[in-house]
Ligand binder design. Structure first.
Ligand code: ADP
Ligand code: ADP
Ligand code: MG
Length: 500
């Protein structure tokens, strides 16, 4: 059985660090890769060794398969963990790695290939008794024919790129008049974004929930599910808040979804960690969406409620070990929430905001976990996904976890860059989130930029005027400089502490 001694993480940011932490705990040496934009990044500093791949653009660095494999050869690396994004769902890369005699920490290239195409995935799964969203089961080439099919399914419909991912490559079509034009656009977009123009149509479920199941399979045919994650709070079809367990899933539904997910995994002889995504309608009927053949961004909430380290499990599976637990050994303990802290401006349509992390102070405490890849003073590069960090909390109940998250958000201090923190606080305090009655339309339905305007309490106003007096005194004594908004905000905390 091949014991992994040295692991290269073909990724950057928080996920690279998170994987290396587990590797180190397991006594495995770590190798980081980086682009010129990430030279001083924490993941580079943390690793035992680090290799520069090239200039910042991903295709010259983090997507450069040959360079990554060459680095492994030079440094006698025996395994690669691809993280998420970048090369993680690239079957050709997985095969290149295996052919080079290096262990790929993930499923087989065949599983990646089948599940990497939403159409091939639907096809593989169709042999089993798994509910699917009504739609076409092959790529559309004949538009008039597709139009007839769309009318049969009933508008609104969704045109989807078979190779799409990360919330990209989807178009909602409200009625027949729009169909043809949207179809042409979807095909050309899919071609330019994913190098594959194959698109298909699906019934557009108007107010669905996104609920997914974490699975783990070993190379001996054992597959288990580690319960669900609720990921309905999204913008641009991409998740911002996740939790486990879901507030609407009953024990019976959990079992049914778990068993369906295990079947999906078996349909492609899956091993490793994977996620089976479902869309759930208002009657709580669930339908298979796709399978992600990698570690998911939101995997920590599952770790918090199951006590399992998913990266450790991935490594043990890659080494060929059988799972050390069975389905019956797995239990849900408490409740966990995650928010994604993106460098984005929620007041401006969640557009990415780049700049310098002038203040960066993390929240701390029992049941609070921050997975991040930045330090105070660093710039957020424009080349990659704008996620700064994930803030994860765990507590006995959902109610307590929400309260803990609200407090942790208040303690998280970031200046110099707009982030999704205030938006996530809005979510945590919203009646519809608190009651569990929300779906993927949450942002559209309830959110508008004015919702983030700060409403000062009496106490805060007193503090602010106290601070104003302080500035006034300083100025009177000859202080010349201007006081920035950021200084003022950090002073707010000082003032508060002084008064308590
Ligand atoms: P998850 O599916 O793990 O919840 P996301 O949907 O946010 O997370 O995707 C994870 C990361 O992978 C993001 O950085 C996203 O931009 C990227 N990603 C996933 N699939 C693709 C794809 N096909 N093309 C481009 N980027 C992708
Ligand atoms: P990706 O590969 O980009 O993650 P998914 O198929 O997983 O694509 O869909 C991403 C999100 O888009 C879902 O979480 C959901 O919000 C929305 N979505 C996808 N399919 C449908 C559908 N048929 N009806 C309504 N919303 C959908
Ligand atoms: Mg998805």
């Amino acid at each position: 059985m091949p014991k992994i001694k040295k692991l290269l993480v073909a990724n950057r940011g928080e996920i690279s660090l998170r994987i290396m932490r587990t590797a180190r705990q397991m006594g495995i040496k770590t190798v980081a890769v980086y682009s010129e934009a990430d030279r001083n990044a924490p993941h580079v500093k943390f690793a035992d060794e680090a290799v520069c791949l090239g200039p910042p653009p991903s295709n010259q660095s983090y997507l450069h398969a040959e360079k990554i494999i060459a680095a492994c050869k030079n440094l006698q690396v025996d395994a690669i963990h691809p993280g998420y994004g970048f090369l993680s769902e690239n079957a050709v890369f997985a095969k290149m790695v295996t052919d080079a005699g290096i262990i790929f920490i993930g499923p087989s290239p065949q599983s990646i290939e089948v599940m990497g195409s939403k159409l091939a995935a639907k096809n593989a799964v169709s042999k089993y008794d798994i509910p699917m969203v009504p739609g076409t089961d092959e790529a559309i080439s004949d538009i008039p024919k597709a139009k007839i099919k769309a009318a049969e399914i009933g508008y609104p419909i969704l045109i989807k790129a078979s190779a799409g991912g990360g919330g990209k490559g989807m178009r909602i079509v409200e009625n027949e008049q729009e169909f043809e034009e949207q179809m042409h656009r979807a095909i050309s977009e899919a071609q330019s974004a994913f190098g594959d123009g194959a698109v298909f149509i699906e019934k557009y479920i108007t107010s669905p929930k996104h609920i997914e199941i974490q699975v783990l399979g070993d190379q001996h045919g054992n597959t288990v599910y580690l319960f669900e994650r609720e990921c309905s709070i999204q913008r641009r079809h991409q998740k911002v808040v996740e939790e486990a367990p879901s507030p609407v899933v009953s024990e019976k539904m959990r079992q049914a979804m778990g068993q369906a997910a295990v079947m999906v995994a078996k349909a492609c002889n899956y091993y490793g960690a994977g996620t089976v995504e479902f869309i759930v309608d208002e009657h709580l009927d669930f339908f298979f969406l796709e399978m992600n053949t990698r570690l998911q961004v939101e995997h920590p909430v599952t770790e918090m409620i199951t006590g399992k380290d998913l990266v450790k499990e991935q490594i043990l599976i890659a080494e060929g070990l059988p799972l050390s637990f069975s389905q019956d050994d797995l239990k849900i303990n408490g409740h966990s929430l995650e928010i994604r802290v993106y460098a984005e401006d929620p007041k401006n349509n969640f557009l990415p905001d780049i700049g310098n992390l002038q203040t960066y102070i993390r929240p701390h405490g029992p049941g609070i976990r921050v997975d991040d890849g930045f330090e105070q003073g660093m710039d957020i590069p424009i080349y990659y996904d704008p996620m700064i960090a994930k803030l994860i909390v765990h507590d006995e109940t959902r109610e307590k976890a929400i309260q803990k998250m609200i407090n942790a958000i208040a303690d998280y201090q970031i200046t110099g860059i707009e982030t999704t923190l205030a938006f996530c606080r809005f979510v945590m305090e919203h009646e519809s989130f608190v009651s569990g009655k929300f779906d993927t339309k949450f942002v559209e339905r309830y959110f508008s930029p004015e919702k983030l305007e700060i409403k000062w309490t009496e106490e805060e106003l007193t503090l602010i005027s106290g601070f104003a007096v302080e500035i006034f005194e300083k100025k009177k004594n000859g202080f010349k400089g201007a006081i920035s908004k950021d200084t003022a905000l950090s002073q707010r905390t000082n003032w508060k502490n002084r008064l308590i």
